[in-house]
Design a protein around this ligand. Sequence first.
Ligand code: FMN
Ligand code: SF4
Length: 547
Amino acid sequence: MWRRLMLSYAALFLLSVGITFFHDFGIVMMIFTGGILLLGIRDITQKKHTILRNFPVIGHFRYLLESIRPEIQQYFVESDTNGAPVSRIFRNAIYQKAKGDIETVPFGTELNVYNDQYKWVNHSSFPAEVHDKEFRVRIGGDHCTQPYEASLLNISAMSYGALGHVAIQALGKGAKLGGFYHNTGEGGLSPHHLGTGADIVWQLGTAYFGARDSDGRFHPESFAERAILPQVKMIEIKISQGAKPGHGGVLPGAKVTEEIARIRRVTPGKTVISPPGHSAFKNPHEMCEFIQQLRELSGGKPVGIKLCLGRRDDFVQMCQAMVETKLMPDFITIDGGEGGTGAAPFDFINYVGSPLNEALYFVDTCLRGYKIRDKIKIIASGKVFTGFDMFEKLALGAELCNSARGMMIAIGCIQAYRCNMNTCPTGIATNDEALQRGLNVADKSHRVCNFHRKTVIALSELMAAAGLVDPDEIELKHISTRYRNRIRTLEEVYKHTADLSENESFDSQFEPQTEYQRPTPVDDSAAMGLSSKTKKKDSDEGQMRKV
Ligand SMILES: Cc1cc2nc3c(=O)[nH]c(=O)nc-3n(C[C@H](O)[C@H](O)[C@H](O)COP(=O)(O)O)c2cc1C
Ligand code: SF4
């Protein structure tokens, strides 16, 4: 094939040379066909791309089309509901809220309401009044002297580095305007975060950026120095992240600029490794002690952990350690396996870690079983884009939610899938100053604020429709779905095999979604869980069940 193509290019070139004798236009043709011939020679002699060796010149169209495939897919192929990870219908809903556009939808739902995944709110015939007050959740247990009143929706962890400084400022200013918190992500506390005046949650990952010694170990003095800043409201220890649980990270030397190095307390130009696990603690007991150490170093601020649920025995052992040491996190952020990232390996982004809903239910149940639920707040993160998403996560046990990609979309992310290439066309996930120039902090911060406010209002409207006045009243029975061709409330769906013996006829339709293997060190008396999700206000008393 390549021979025939090359012969054609050579023939075209010779033809243009001939034309030059009769017409000036031949010179233009000669330059053009000569270029094609040279490109063809380069293609057949290079050894990297088989397609180009076999199909010189025309093979480049394949790479061109491949490079614009996401755009073609998004603009011409994908329907409103099948785009991933965030389908157009949800992106539009976020844009509309953020921009303050008209929010009503004409004609009817685009969702397939007979799809097995479809869920709906069970409204009441006697709706409650919509409250426009902003609900707050108090975070901070017994050992906390500076508890924090958090909004129901906040900005999830995204580092300066993964996002450019303009995006960080737009998000932070939005949080300041709307009175909610901005999580720094594991990249450390930067002047771009602090400069906005927003409430900050300082996240510490395994590399302890901003609070590390020269060997990358946790450095208490460096931590305390900034953890006591009044603007830092809470501390979050990142154990794992939904998109890449159990996987560390590498920050290439080229990206370690003077500024990043100063913020992260690393050496400029030198590659930095974030290990998969923490060096400050190696087991659940040490984790609890570390939590308490951070609490003391920060002057009594709430300290929590963020994790994507993996091995359930790990989590049970954590609960066991919390009970034994009487040292617990003030909050646990549960990140779903569906969570986003700037960059993660294929197998981790797709196949590691529990999806959010099942994880929330498990964690809520487990904490109740250990009778520590009232001391720890649960924060949900994973595709929280709408009031309904919040309603569902609260029903499953969370008290509040975080959003990362929702906030990115609010400031203009078009889902171009280039977050890991520093070429983000919307200037969000890039440090390229030229691309960031297009992001206007004043405008985008209002969008973040609008998205937050209108999503929380949407939640209160859903609550009111269900006859509820307080987020604490949202229960699994308020949502229904189709489960194995029958209509069930989520309360029924999430009932597991422990109930089978009690009521075979009903529960025989429900198989356990996962089996919990009790780890040996766990004390039998700390019974796990409830037979089904009950009100948050209910007692922590639980009965043994498989989860
Ligand atoms: C660009 C980007 C950077 C992120 N960086 C961090 C991080 O530094 N630490 C962390 O715990 N999670 C990080 N995450 C995960 C988010 O905080 C969040 O938990 C996850 O994306 C799920 O929320 P979402 O579905 O609203 O995006 C990042 C996510 C994105 C999209
Ligand atoms: S627009 Fe930017 S932030 Fe959004 S997905 Fe694309 S590269 Fe990532």
